[in-house]
Design a protein around this ligand. Structure first.
Ligand code: ADP
Ligand code: MG
Length: 224
């Protein structure tokens, strides 16, 4: 997976977040303050502008790690609330874990996802089952590792990763939130999908679509 693949991922992610902006905001309206989709869509739009604005020399020299680092830094500066620093840290840590390699193999991507998860947990102190984005990221990272260990192809490993993230987001519905704004609702947070788990599932789903359509990103229109 080269820099072009990672650009395709970020482009797919931006498009699917934009397509689900209102839906994510509605999820946040139920158990938060109705800004999640709006904030994330603004952040990813800024990321695309930043990547597009790179001069041709910088763009040609960009490594996968650099693309994720720029993504993380832009999200941190553009997106407020809880999700901005958390997603920004996730992308920055993932970028750092990839280092300067031009081509990322499956184990390196798994290590990058683990670094992203560790960063989110260091910053937010959420554990799996607390009804946050950690639920989707942790489940996806775990099944991805297992799929690689079992010898899965890249396409298959990314497909199970996306499916696990999506299932984990659905599994937050019956949970009570123990971290973030929704935790203030106590038992009233039960019965709603966590917006951050939903957005994480969309972003990770875009990773699968980047491998399927590296030259034509943006066809993914899944729902959170
Ligand atoms: P805010 O709650 O500040 O308005 P957002 O609405 O953008 O921020 O994001 C809310 C999402 O952030 C939640 O749905 C949850 O998934 C995630 N989140 C909140 N707090 C934490 C935390 N401590 N650790 C991990 N994720 C968190
Ligand atoms: Mg919110």
């Amino acid at each position: 997976m080269d820099a072009e693949f990672f650009r395709a991922w970020i482009t797919c992610a931006a498009e699917v977040i934009e397509a689900n902006r209102d839906h994510l905001t509605q999820l946040d309206a139920a158990i938060g303050d109705a800004d999640h989709g709006i904030n994330l869509a603004r952040g990813f739009t800024a990321v695309l502008h930043t990547l597009d604005a790179q001069n041709p020399g910088a763009a040609a020299a960009a490594t996968p790690g650099r693309i994720l680092a720029v993504t993380g830094a832009t999200i941190i500066s553009e997106v407020g609330g809880a999700a901005g620093p958390l997603y920004g840290t996730a992308f920055r840590r993932a970028g750092k874990a990839l280092g300067r390699v031009a081509d990322v193999d499956l184990p390196a991507l798994a290590a990058a996802l683990e670094a992203a998860l560790a960063g989110v947990q260091e910053l937010g102190a959420a554990r799996e089952g607390d009804k946050t984005m950690v639920d989707a990221l942790a489940a996806a990272t775990r099944v991805f590792r297992n799929a690689i260990a079992a010898g899965a192809s890249q396409d298959d490993a990314l497909s199970v990763l996306a499916a696990a993230a999506s299932a984990a987001a659905v599994a937050t519905i019956p949970m009570q939130a123990l971290k973030g704004r929704a935790s203030h609702l106590g038992p009233r947070s039960v019965g709603h999908k966590d917006p951050g788990a939903a957005s994480a599932a969309l972003i990770l789903g875009a990773l699968r679509d980047a491998v399927r359509a590296p030259t034509a990103p943006g066809r993914y229109r899944g729902r959170a």
